[in-house]
Design a protein around this ligand. Structure first.
Ligand code: ATP
Length: 242
């Protein structure tokens, strides 16, 4: 099993099943400190399963997952989170009856660091405006920002962001990606899952493409973005929209 020295996250030979069904097959990928890495693929390719495997929500059957050098495969999710892995899940998953501020406060029990609630509200002023509003009454875009803010207050070294553009209007998507770009500028590493390949490739340094649980592309994001034909082949025509 290869080990990439210096990688923040280093996954090697990962196999994950749901029951008897094999989903991830020999997946290897890495994320370096401060890097944005896109994880692309069609519906059902195994992108969310990869994130769930890292987080300990669906423990892998075999393979290694190292985070800052520690072997974390099979660790419970709370321990992975404490080590510095933040999660912005698909569908956002807020406590809908709690306010924006209360959702942030619940997440604050993690690691201490620069990202206090006050700092998150300063960087995401929309959330400051909405601090007293119940999360269930926020728009999709506002919920996405809250999901990002909630992950930030645990001061992650790595953010796993799953389909942030899902169901959002183009202008809101732009705003969400502006925020992700700003986080990148502040040195937060991001593993970014997107259906919309070209959108993710705009801010990614490197990219992986999953197909039926296998990595079929690993390389530069710029190179992949420049080769639309390749994106079409790898991702299917309908996904080339950005
Ligand atoms: P999407 O963009 O649709 O979320 P994805 O690439 O994230 O796609 P996964 O959610 O990782 O794909 O799903 C990979 C495969 O695993 C799919 O075939 C899916 O049907 C299956 N799967 C996902 N969750 C479960 C589960 N809890 N039990 C059984 N099979 C599952």
């Amino acid at each position: 099993m290869s080990e990439r020295p210096g990688a923040l996250l280093d996954i090697s030979g990962l196999n994950t099943n749901y029951g008897k069904i094999s989903i991830l097959r020999d997946v290897s990928l890495s994320v370096n400190a401060g890097e944005v890495v896109a994880l692309l693929g069609l519906n059902g390719a195994g992108k969310t399963t990869t994130m769930r495997s890292i987080l300990g929500l669906t423990p892998p059957r075999s393979g290694s997952i190292r985070f800052e050098g520690a072997s974390i495969e099979g660790w419970p999710a709370y321990k992975v989170a404490r080590l510095g892995v933040g999660y912005v899940p698909e569908g956002r998953r807020m406590f809908k009856d709690l306010t924006t501020l209360e959702n942030l406060q619940l997440a604050e029990t993690g690691r201490s660091g620069d990202w206090t609630i006050a700092r998150v509200l300063e960087h995401l002023p929309k959330l400051a405006e909405l601090r007293g509003r119940k999360a269930g009454r926020l728009s999709g875009g506002e919920q996405e920002m809250l999901a990002i803010g909630r992950a930030l207050v645990s001061n992650p070294r790595l953010l796993l962001v799953d389909e942030p553009s899902q169901g959002l209007a183009p202008l809101v998507v732009e705003e969400v990606y502006r925020i992700l770009g700003e986080l990148k500028g502040r040195g937060v590493a991001i593993l970014l899952v997107e259906q919309n390949a070209l959108l993710a490739l705009k801010i990614a340094d490197r990219a992986y493409v999953l197909d039926s649980g296998k990595i079929v592309y690993a390389g530069s994001a710029a190179e992949l973005r420049a080769d639309r034909e390749r994106v079409r082949t790898l991702m299917g025509l309908s996904d080339v929209v950005a």
